[in-house]
Design a protein around this ligand. Structure first.
Ligand code: SF4
Length: 392
């Protein structure tokens, strides 16, 4: 089908998240296009939650272009407290013509906001100069999405996206410029790319191309996106259809959105183990802007990490939720949590919403152990130098 761009002028651009995301730590997001030329079968943009805005059958051929996105970004960010923004979109030919992502980076640099990018497209190398400047001024982290090193698997589920070796080369180019880079190992395909050998090969390749972090996520299933993804599986490996249907409890009209907790926990433990062995982190370290709330946010990061590890242990879900709730309290807190602890001890912490005795005691231990100083820019994540390695 012919590619069509439809330009329009949106009234707003920046999404302000009520809570910081404990995987990516972004507080804001802003994208210059709707739709994506890569058209991956599993893309969340085909899901039912976007059905009101996006036609799942045409989102890869009908791209909506947000004219004036950089100007809107400048206007809206100027009113917001600096924090991590997930911004830009290099996945598609529209960027070569409109250059909106590049202009948005210029705004992010000018206003000094920290930046997160999650990409598959090598077009990002065009903007290395700006990324270097953003890193110098505040912070940047780039996650490159790759599901597997198997080109046949890529062709089956994402036939139009950039090739795997080009993505690894992008990773290396970023690392060589000193940009911290990681692997977004998402989605992991059940029974196709979730075995330890495949995971280890990909994580090693990412490490050799400069990645310092790997974040792995399971395949989700949602409305038209689920139907397409299952159809792609039928074409590629029909023998696995029944196993997928069992995993997603898909014996009636609709699948479960995600595989069972036990499956996700096993995958998370495997990735953690491999990442440790290969010298990578399996969580993205949080960037904390300098300032009076820095200590609260660093402790919140610790509590979110505890929640994640509890999920990996398959502890009852309410335990992980309790840590998340306490962490979100800290993110909203105006006072320095260390000052509260100094004045009133653990009783002061227990007065905070979501802090029971166990979490208050753990937070108190953390505060004593770390005597943690707010970060300077240089104390944040450092890039890993890329090893020279051949691409698959
Ligand atoms: S590259 Fe990303 S945004 Fe584009 S279709 Fe694939 S998953 Fe969706």
């Amino acid at each position: 089908m012919e590619l069509r761009f439809e330009a329009y002028r949106p009234r707003r651009l920046v999404n302000v998240h009520r809570r910081v995301d404990p995987w990516f730590w972004d507080r804001y997001s802003a994208f210059p296009y709707i739709g994506c030329r890569s058209g991956c079968t599993f893309c969340y943009l085909r899901g039912s939650r976007y059905a009101r805005f996006i036609d799942p059958d045409r989102f890869d051929t009908h791209i909506r272009v947000k004219l004036g996105a950089p100007e809107l970004l400048k206007k809206e960010l100027s009113r917001l407290e600096p924090d991590v923004i997930h911004a830009g979109d290099w996945q598609q030919p529209a960027e070569s013509r409109y250059r909106l992502s590049r202009k948005m980076l210029e705004v992010v640099l000018e206003l000094g906001f920290p930046l997160l990018i999650i990409e598959r497209s090598p077009l990002l190398t065009r903007d290395l100069d700006l990324l270097v400047e953003i890193r110098r001024r505040s912070w940047v982290f780039v996650l490159i999405s790759i599901s597997s090193l198997d080109p046949a698997l890529k062709r089956a589920f994402e036939p139009k996206s950039p090739g795997l070796s080009r993505r690894l080369a992008l990773m290396e180019a970023l690392a060589e410029k000193g940009i911290p880079v990681g692997l977004a190992l998402m989605p992991v395909f059940p029974y196709l790319s979730d075995d330890p050998a495949s995971l280890a090969a990909l994580i090693r390749a990412a490490r050799d191309h400069g990645a310092s972090v790997v974040l792995a996520g399971t395949l989700t299933m949602d409305g038209p996106q689920a139907v397409r993804t299952l159809e792609a599986l039928r074409q590629y490996r029909p023998d696995l259809e029944e196993r997928w249907r069992d995993l997603y409890r898909w014996h009636g009209a609709r699948p479960a959105y995600a595989p069972p907790r036990g499956y996700a926990a096993r995958l998370g433990r495997q990735v953690w183990e491999i990442a440790e062995r290969e010298g990578l982190k399996d969580r993205l370290p949080r960037y904390v802007p300098p300032g009076p709330k820095a200590r609260n946010r660093k402790l919140a990061e610790y509590l979110h990490l505890k929640a994640y590890r509890l999920d990996l242990e398959e502890a009852p879900g309410f335990r992980a939720q309790a840590y998340h709730r306490a962490a979100w309290t800290l993110d909203d807190l105006e006072r320095d949590v260390a000052a509260i602890h100094r004045e009133k001890g653990e009783a002061g912490l227990m007065a905070l919403p979501g802090f029971g005795p166990a979490i208050a005691a753990e937070a108190a231990r953390w505060l004593k152990a770390h005597r943690w100083a707010p970060p300077t820019q240089s104390s944040q994540v450092s890039p890993r130098p890329a090893k020279k390695a051949s691409s698959p």
